[in-house]
Design a protein around this ligand. Structure first.
Ligand SMILES: Nc1nc2c(ncn2[C@@H]2O[C@H](COP(=O)(O)OP(=O)(O)OP(=O)(O)O)[C@@H](O)[C@H]2O)c(=O)[nH]1
Length: 353
């Protein structure tokens, strides 16, 4: 493809599906080194950029809300700033990946990238990659319009957490995804790792000749949405999609000064997810554990699923407080703060979300 503009790939997928895990893997590969990463997180206390910055030096965080609703100007500004720094030779990158929040509708982001006058001169939308979590995917598609839209607009679908489900459940989900988006190729991604031919394909998302053959697929999905965006279909969908989030979805960000006892913290989280998992869409935490003060624990949960916590070798920044982020639906934030205090003794401070 002979387009000198900088390709921008939109990486989307529902809360906790594995987007950041994929980014961390991609950024460690030499071919992806020249990538600037823009991460949009819900809530004031962004954590993903801290976890990605050691592998992606050009990482930017969009804090001010959900990319699809309120921070499109932020995205424009961030890309413009990145470009200015590239022109001054302060940064070197030849590709941008924008990771949306798990609740984002990618269409407004695509719309911004394909229509904003100051962006289209220098950037082009290379494609949309949607990660679907095989464990929670079916229930998530049932319950969340955002998840269905993320699948519907994808140029490629990546199925994560296949290790946590039996093949028949995975196949059922694959068939459902194919019905929602017949033209998008589907690939499995294991803890962020993709087979190398699929990696190559992701690198050239905007070039159909790189699409690996898809048995039974009508056509490579690549570029289709870009084309439709420019002919207006995405535009009209975009009009309908604005502010589509359910109003009872909330982000709660807590910081805790005192270290947690490892067992008490894990016990509290396992009870919270067991009893309130369907309302706890997402939890992520960078946790100061009393037993290992120099090595914070990274903890993820999505609905009822708590992932095995990972101990980091060191703190990613100078802040030693625990930072806990919750995305809930129809759940009183007091339940979280009260039970956290009851089970661990912690006094949490809420940051504005
Ligand atoms: N078992 C298993 N766990 C995975 C896989 N991929 C990701 N995870 C885990 O899923 C959890 C959430 O992953 P993230 O990459 O943070 O998900 P995300 O989509 O960036 O989350 P949000 O930004 O909150 O929407 C982490 O604990 C990952 O280690 C996988 O293929 N298998």
């Amino acid at each position: 493809m002979n387009d000198p503009r900088i390709p921008v790939t939109v990486l989307t997928g529902f809360l906790g599906s594995g987007k950041t895990t994929l980014l961390q893997q991609l950024m460690q590969r030499p071919e992806w080194r020249g990538t600037a990463v823009v991460i949009n997180e819900l809530g004031e206390t962004g954590l993903d950029h801290l976890l990605v910055q050691h592998v992606a030096p050009h990482v930017r965080l969009l804090r001010s809300g959900c990319l699809c609703c309120s921070v499109r100007e932020d995205l424009t500004q961030t890309l413009t700033d990145l470009l200015a720094r590239r022109r001054r030779h302060e940064l070197h990158f030849d590709r941008v990946v924008v990771e949306t929040t798990g609740l984002a509708d990618p269409l407004p982001v695509m719309h911004t990238l394909t229509t904003h006058a100051s962006l289209v001169r220098d950037f082009r939308l290379a494609g949309v990659v949607t990660v679907v979590d095989a464990f929670n995917g079916s229930a998530t598609l049932d319950q969340h319009e955002e998840a269905r839209r993320q699948v519907a607009v994808a140029d490629a679908l990546l199925l994560s957490k296949c290790d946590l489900v039996q093949p028949p459940a995975r196949e059922q989900l694959e068939q459902r995804l194919a019905r929602l988006n017949p033209s998008a190729p589907q690939h499995r991604v294991d803890h962020g790792a993709l087979r190398s031919e699929h990696l190559l394909y992701l690198e050239h998302l905007d070039n159909p000749f790189h699409a690996p053959p898809q048995p039974g697929s009508a056509a490579p999905g690549t570029g289709g949405w870009l084309l439709r965006a420019s002919t207006g279909r995405a535009g009209s969908l975009f009009q309908r999609a604005q502010h589509a989030h359910a109003s009872d979805i909330q982000a709660l960000c807590l910081t805790v000064d005192e270290p947690f006892e490892d067992e008490a913290f894990r016990h509290w989280l396992s009870l919270l997810t067991a009893l309130r998992g369907e309302r706890l869409l997402r939890f992520k935490g960078l946790v100061h554990i009393a037993e290992r003060p120099e090595q914070p624990l990274v903890v993820h949960a999505a609905q009822h699923l708590v992932h095995p916590p990972v101990t980091l070798p060191a703190w990613p920044d100078a802040d030693r407080r625990s930072r806990l982020v919750f995305i809930t639906q129809g759940m009183e934030p007091q339940v979280i703060e009260r039970t956290l205090h009851q089970f661990t003794g912690a006094r949490a401070v809420a940051a504005p979300a």
